[in-house]
Design a protein around this ligand. Structure first.
Ligand SMILES: *Cc1c(COP(=O)(O)O)cnc(C)c1O
Length: 355
């Protein structure tokens, strides 16, 4: 006897490696979370919402969509939400890809992309990053075929940290056929401090094939409650909502999301502080001699190849938990100043020992 066999391609689903939980006395810098505890008004809203946990959430997530529409200044029918923006991505691939259709994205990028593509029975087409860790848009445009349904652009790119410019994306859109969905994954947009930053909503307003994907997990501090959303043409948004899990975003999560949007000015002050810490870390690492890509998210990237696991082990011994990608590099989230100082001490020591 053997158990019924699932779809054969599921054997190819890469495992998602979650950031390790931190031990007592160590800092968790492995999942790009906001290190600040949630604001009291967010906690109060979520706690109050718990009182009605015997009821299903609002199926239409009406209040949350209304709050998002006002916050973003877009029409409600251009929105779709899900359990994190990864949930939205799953629904989008389900809505647009038949088996074997192609999803083009840079690599290395967000590790959820190959998983989501495979689960959706789509075929991943991975286009290598430039040596500096940025998107190679010419190569990505060339990788689009008749089977391509979706292109994913992660900016800032997880894990390398490079962000694309508005000019680059606007130019790229002229190279991609209009029937291909172009997802701009802006999970870390709040941390971007650069010239010519991407204005993804403006591109979505003028291009019917552009999808702006965002999350409340990072800057807004709701990683544990799973809320993400997208903004797109109303027909695209409707197709994604049609694929969404009924009642996917819990009532507590919806209420906390509204509270987070209301608290945006305070949360953006936290983001300012994190971005300043990131810049401090980046400057210090470069002074130590590290070649770190221009970090625009709340993390930095050490492209140290074979030494990734060794670095991660040294980090753990130094009281910080980082995210290694075996054979490729190490991503380290920006955390509390003390955690960042530990990283700088570790990086200096590691460089000295391995030179
Ligand atoms: C963290 C992250 C997300 C958001 O994931 P959620 O499902 O919203 O928690 C999306 N894209 C990238 C690139 C990320 O790093």
């Amino acid at each position: 006897m053997s158990a019924p066999k699932p779809r054969a391609n599921l054997a190819d689903v890469p495992a998602y490696v979650p950031g390790k939980p931190s031990q007592p006395g160590s800092f968790k810098l492995s999942s790009n979370e906001n290190p600040h505890p949630p604001l009291p008004e967010m906690v109060a809203a979520a706690v109050a919402a718990i009182e009605s946990m015997n009821r299903y959430p609002d199926m239409g997530a009406t209040a949350m969509y209304q709050a998002l529409a006002e916050y973003l200044d877009v029409e409600v029918d251009r929105l779709a939400s899900g359990t994190g923006s990864v949930g939205v991505l799953y629904h989008l691939l389900q809505a647009f890809c038949d088996p074997g259709d192609e999803v083009v994205y840079a690599w290395r990028s967000f590790e959820a992309y190959p998983i989501a593509a495979t689960v959706s029975a789509a075929t991943s087409v991975q286009v290598p990053l430039t040596p500096e860790g940025g998107h190679d848009f010419a190569a990505m445009a060339a990788a689009v075929t008749e089977r391509t349904k979706v292109v994913l652009v992660c900016t800032p790119n997880n894990p390398t940290g490079n962000a694309v410019t508005h000019t680059q994306v606007a130019e790229f859109l002229t190279q991609v056929p209009e029937h291909v969905v172009v997802v701009l994954d802006e999970a870390y947009r709040e941390f971007v401090r650069m010239d010519d930053p991407l204005d993804a909503l403006a591109l979505a307003a003028t291009h019917d094939n552009v999808v702006v994907m965002r999350t409340l997990a990072k800057a807004y501090g709701l990683a544990g409650l799973r809320v993400g959303y997208m903004v797109a043409h109303p027909d695209v948004a409707a197709a994604v909502r049609a694929c969404a899990l009924p009642f996917g975003v819990s009532h507590v999560a919806q209420v906390a999301a509204i509270a987070a949007l209301n608290a945006a000015p305070e949360l953006m002050r936290q983001v300012d502080a994190i971005a300043a810490e990131r810049d401090r870390v980046l400057v210090a690492l470069r002074e130590q001699g590290w070649q770190v890509p221009p970090a625009q998210g709340n993390f930095v990237w050490f492209g140290i190849g074979d030494q990734a696991m060794e670095f991660a082990a040294a980090a753990e011994a130094a009281g910080i938990v980082v995210r290694p990608f075996a054979g490729d590099g190490v991503r380290v989230s920006i955390g509390e100043p003390e955690a960042n100082d530990r990283l700088l001490r570790l990086a200096a020591g590691f460089r000295e020992a391995s030179l």
